[in-house]
Design a protein around this ligand. Sequence first.
Ligand code: AIR
Length: 254
Amino acid sequence: MARRRQIFEGQAKILFEGPEPGTLVQYFKDDVTTLNVKSRGIITGKGVLNNRISEYLLTRLGEIGVSTYFVRRLNMREQLVREVEPIPIEVIMRNIAAGSFARRFGMAEGTPLPRSIVEYYYKSDELEHPMISEEHITAFGWATPQEIDEMMSLALRINDFLSGLFLGISMRLMDLKIEFGRLWEDEQVRIILADEVCPDSCRLWDLRTNQRLDQKRHSGDFGDLADAYQEVARRLGILPESGPSDIKGPDTLQ
Ligand code: AIR
C-alpha cells in the first residue's frame, strides 16, 4: 500500500490524510499513558477495542441526531472521519466526583454531584491542559459565545444519552472528555463532535461493585486494563468478530 501522509500523532491515535478531500483516516494505537503522561505502556488490542467501541457509540449518537466526525470503520484499527477545524478545548462532563475533581474539592471519589457539571480545559500538553473558563475561551478567540453555547448543549445531550446507555449495561459514567470541531459545509459552519468516545476518554465504574475500570490507568499500573476494555466491549455486545483471540488485528499502520 502507498504511504499516506501523516497529519497528527497523539498519545492514542494517528491521523492520516483521507482518501478524499475533507476526510481523514484515524488509526487507533495500543499505547496507553497516565493522564499526566508521566507513565507509558502498551495494551495489546486496546486500539482494536477502542475503534469498535467508538464506532458503536458515535453511531448511536448519530441516531439521536448528534452530528459527529465518524463516517465509517475501515478495518480493525482504522476509521474514516470528517476533517474539521479543531477547537483547542477539552470539554469534561462530571457526573460523580472522581479524579482531579475529587482532589480539587476534597471530596471522596464516588460522591454524587448535585447535577452534571461542565468544565473546560485548554488543549496543550506543554501546559498540562490547564482548566479554563468561558472568559479565557472568548478572550483568546478559541471559540465564540455562541459556539460555547452549542458545545455546552451538545455536551449535555451526549452525556445524558451515554449515561443512560451505560446504565443499561450496569456501568456508571463518572465523567467524560469530549472535543469539538468546526465543520464547513456550503459556506456554513457548524460545531460537531470530533473525538473518539471510548474507555480512554471516560471513567466507567461497575454499577453494583463500583469496580473502577480505569483505575490502573490513572495510577500508571496498566496490568488489568486489557480486561477492563474487553469487559466494556463485551457488555456493549461488540467484541471483535472472532472474539478476544482476534484482538491483535492486522498491523495496518504504515
Ligand atoms: N481525560 C482527560 N484528559 C484526557 C482524558 N481522557 C478524561 C479522563 C476522565 C476525565 O477526562 O479519562 O474521564 C476527567 O479526568 P481528570 O483527571 O481531570 O479527573
